[in-house]
Design a protein around this ligand. Structure first.
Ligand SMILES: CC(=O)N[C@H]1[C@@H](OP(=O)(O)OP(=O)(O)OC[C@H]2O[C@@H](n3ccc(=O)[nH]c3=O)[C@H](O)[C@@H]2O)O[C@H](CO)[C@@H](O)[C@@H]1O
Ligand SMILES: C=C(OP(=O)(O)O)C(=O)O
Length: 445
């Protein structure tokens, strides 16, 4: 078991390099199964637990995946296996993205139901509606979803009830090999969708309109491997921007795309943070007069839900009261309870959190309840008095490459340490008896 231990009080300075985007690389790897010829070479792949998970899913489905030096080679020309059991998909909901490619390429897919997760129930009805509109028969039973089609999928007009990122990706992948034209209305516009469409087009697909709410896909008979580079991770970049801002630091975020970060940049500026666009990246200069502001999460180009928890950490230190409204997921406030352990005063009212700012944050033992909640707790720890100990790091590892190491390089007093099972589970009061040598050290107390 490991923990991140952070001692608050240091201003961050220097520069940090941003990795390839988790939310782009996962659909891109899944899409590689559409190629019945050639090998794909995917660059700028971040070393994340989720990447290893999707690689395992593909290998199980009889695809060859080779991952070295941030580059993945995928070859899917062998006969594909079309069933992905729960043990393979349980770790990561994005595993469901193999359904579109399998259905389009082989005409059959049976995937274990991804189930709910900490941030909400996350149904997949919009993915299935799209497959059915293209002629697939879909059935759900015994914990799995099975879809099949005789011959090819048929192009169709599909309207999404909500611009779901995953449904948009699954449907454009499936439609790429369908017979005829598919028009997807109310599609998600996230930059990761544009990156996926660029890859699919390089593989021989005919997709236009990605990045808008109306995507047109003219189906092709065959696709081939292609070279592709994953775009920078706007959520990782945003996380370091907020970390710089909360500490009153001065940090250059390298290798990030300013256009994709407009919603966050606007909100940081509104809160009094200086954000400069420089040649080498985005410079964030914190202020000692942070102002409370309201934020509402929305599909892109709205404020991203994946930065909501981190922004809430920032608002804990701002002057005044702020309201953060989560409209994308129904239950993405799990971090609030953990912030309260750090002395935060936050009220939940339906889909809104009301945050009393200028909080005297105190270090505490807290749990990463999900990926971004974990990052938000680390950010709060950067300005809390004393030591914050964040556990359940497997969530953080899904989406951040060496979060503690990168923050340490920016000057934070932070380390990732291995702790024994007993210390991890022991109630705080009993920790002294269990591990006196650790309890004597204020970092572990
Ligand atoms: C791997 C990946 O890219 N994950 C991102 C992706 O998740 P994901 O693709 O799962 O998110 P969606 O955009 O699909 O979900 C958004 C909302 O739509 C609902 N919904 C979705 C599909 C569906 O068929 N029916 C339905 O009701 C979900 O429950 C949720 O409330 O987009 C989210 C929204 O920006 C991000 O937070 C995730 O980081
Ligand atoms: C919610 C997220 O990811 P996922 O959809 O993979 O759970 C995230 O990246 O914040």
């Amino acid at each position: 078991m490991e923990k991140i231990i952070v001692h608050g009080g240091k201003r961050l300075s220097g520069s940090v390099k941003i990795e390839g985007a988790k939310n782009a690389v996962l659909p891109v790897i899944a899409a590689s199964m559409l190629a019945s010829e050639g090998t794909s070479k995917i660059y700028n792949v971040p070393e994340l637990a989720d990447v290893y998970t999707i690689n395992e899913v593909l290998r199980y489905l009889n695809t060859s995946v080779n991952y070295e030096n941030k580059t993945i080679m995928v070859n899917a020309i062998a006969e594909l296996y079309t069933e992905a059991p729960f043990e393979y998909v349980r770790k990561m909901r994005a595993s469901f993205l193999v359904m579109g490619p399998l259905l389009a390429r082989v005409g059959h897919a049976k995937i274990a139901l991804p189930g709910g997760c900490a941030i909400g129930s996350r149904p997949i009805d919009q993915h299935l509606k799209g497959f059915e509109a293209m002629g697939a028969r879909v059935s759900i039973g015994n914990g799995s979803i099975e879809a099949s089609v005789d011959g090819r999928l048929k192009g169709s007009v599909i309207y999404l009830d909500f611009p779901s990122v995953g449904a948009t990706e699954n449907i454009i992948m499936a439609a790429s090999l369908a017979d005829g034209e598919t028009v997807l209305e109310n599609a998600a516009c996230e930059p990761e969708i544009v990156n996926l469409a660029e890859y699919l087009n390089a593989m021989g697909a005919k997709i236009s309109g990605a990045g808008t709410g109306r995507i047109t896909i003219v189906g092709v008979e065959k696709m081939h491997g292609a070279e592709h580079t994953i775009l920078p991770d706007r959520i990782e970049a945003g996380t370091y921007m907020i970390a710089a801002a909360i500490t009153g630091g001065n940090v250059l975020i390298e290798d990030s795309d300013v256009e994709d970060l407009r919603p966050l940049i606007a909100k940081l500026r509104e809160a009094g943070v200086e954000v400069r666009e420089e040649l080498g990246g985005i410079r964030v200069i914190g202020t000692d007069h942070l102002q409370a502001i309201d934020v509402k999460t929305m599909p892109h180009p709205g404020f991203p839900t994946d930065l909501q928890a981190q922004f809430m950490a920032l608002m804990l230190k701002a002057k005044g009261t702020s309201v953060i409204t989560e409209t994308v997921f129904e239950n993405r406030f799990m971090h609030v309870e953990e912030f309260r352990r750090m002395n935060a005063a936050i009220k939940i009212d339906g889909r809104s959190a009301i945050i009393s700012g200028a909080c005297d944050l105190q270090g505490a033992e807290v749990s990463a309840t999900d990926l971004r909640a974990g990052a938000a707790l680390v950010i709060a720890g950067l300005v809390a008095k004393g030591y914050t100990r964040v556990k359940r790091l497997h969530h953080i590892d899904r989406g951040y490459v060496d979060l503690a190491g990168k923050l340490a390089a920016l000057g934070a007093d932070i380390e990732r340490v291995r702790v024994s099972e007993s210390e991890q589970t022991a109630p705080a009061a009993a920790a002294e008896e269990v591990l006196p040598q650790l309890a004597a050290n204020p970092k572990f107390a």
